[in-house]
Design a protein around this ligand. Structure first.
Ligand code: SAH
Ligand code: SF4
Length: 355
């Protein structure tokens, strides 16, 4: 069975066998351009609207929706048709709206500092399950009077371990939901064949690599995948990506006290960044607490110092504001309810979905 955001326009036409083409187009535009529910497709006959629910139901059932105290971060917990659960985070900034989507239920990469990694791998998400996360967040954003324009593949899972489905979703998000490819960012732990596959795809999406250490000995300890794709190979794949796409590479660096926030770490990282032209950009994220990892994130003062060390060495760095820590919605905290330590600030459990 197909789902609303999984089927292609041609498959929808087949599912609705016999309906004239303009009807298919009406439904398609309703779903993708107006972000409408079937009920809201009032230009379409009622019987057809009812059939749409049957032939192409939604893939995600909302289990919970948590809003952080200031209301600018919304975390959705969804249930998939096989019972697996995933999360999506909508972030409303003064100047832009971004959604952080999951690409897998769980993750097989085993990074110890990450709640998703601690919980293990369940399965890959489908194109429809990924696109629907964006479409539903875009709808909420629209209802709030804001336009969702940015998608980051930084939720649960390793996007480049599920590259084909992620790419299928990118094409749909770009071609049908109408977001600019330059506003889409795929974050990877460094799956080299995935980076190479992405380089061979046509659209100039942004590549963010979760580096966390700039020498193999340290990185092997933090990121198990580094043993398979060591830094030398990884940076070569990044350089090739930059050359093909002309998009600046960015590195994610979760600052861990005493582990990768020393002066010499800044030195090494800056040297690595400067091997790229333009130099790679660094996103600094103070490590968020997770249940299965004892080490603390760097203090705010050290985060500022570390940023300055990079800047002094000619590397631009942004400190990511920690969003949604109070609702376990921050980087590395997504575990779909596997660990439910922190109390939500507000939980709103909604009926199934907006039909
Ligand atoms: N698997 C991909 C994308 C999802 S993780 C990847 O690893 O890049 C999204 C980002 O959150 C990555 O940069 C990841 O390294 C970071 N992250 C994981 N656990 C974290 C934690 N506890 N605190 C801060 N950032 C974390
Ligand atoms: Fe997977 Fe990314 Fe978490 Fe590592 S950091 S376990 S790759 S989600």
């Amino acid at each position: 069975m197909s789902t609303r955001y999984h089927c292609t326009r041609e498959e929808l036409a087949e599912l609705l066998g016999g309906e004239p083409r303009y009807r298919v187009d009406q439904v398609w535009r309703g779903w993708y351009e107006q972000l409408a529910t079937n009920e809201e497709l009032t230009s379409v006959p009622k019987e057809l609207r009812a059939r749409l629910d049957e032939v192409a139901p939604l893939a995600l059932t909302q289990v919970a929706r948590r809003v952080s105290d200031d209301g600018d971060t919304v975390k959705y917990l969804w249930q998939l048709d096989d019972g697996n659960r995933i999360e999506t985070v909508l972030m409303l900034y003064p100047d832009r709206v971004t959604v952080c989507v999951s690409s897998q239920a769980g993750c097989a990469m085993g990074c110890g500092f990450c709640a998703t990694g601690q919980a293990g791998f369940e399965r890959h998400l489908t194109v429809g399950e990924i696109v629907e996360q964006v479409a539903r967040a875009a709808r909420e954003s629209k209802d709030l009077g804001r336009r969702l324009a940015n998608v980051v593949f930084m939720g649960m899972g390793e996007p480049l371990a599920n590259e084909a489905a992620v790419w299928g979703a990118v094409e749909r998000i770009h071609g049908d939901l109408g977001l600019s490819a330059r506003h889409l960012t795929i974050s990877t732990i460094g799956i080299v064949p995935g980076i190479r596959a992405l380089a061979g795809r046509p659209l100039p999406v942004n590549l963010a690599v979760s580096l966390h250490a700039a020498n193999d000995a340290d990185r092997n300890r933090l990121v198990p995948m580094n043993k398979r794709y060591p830094l030398d190979e990884l940076t070569r794949a990044c350089a090739d990506y930059l050359q093909v796409k002309g998009r600046r590479i960015s590195f994610e660096w979760a600052l861990i006290e005493g582990v990768n926030d020393r002066d010499r770490d800044a030195d090494e990282l800056a040297r690595l960044c400067r091997r790229f032209h333009p130099p790679a950009h660094v996103n600094l994220i103070p490590l968020n607490p997770t249940p299965g990892w004892p080490t603390k994130g760097s203090s705010p003062a050290r985060v500022r110092e570390f940023r300055q060390l990079l800047e002094d060495r000619g590397v631009n760095a942004t400190v990511r504001r920690n969003r949604g820590t109070d609702i376990d919605a921050a980087c590395g905290q997504l575990a779909a309810g596997h660990h439910d330590g922190a109390q939500p600030v507000s939980i709103e459990t909604r009926p199934r979905q907006p039909g």
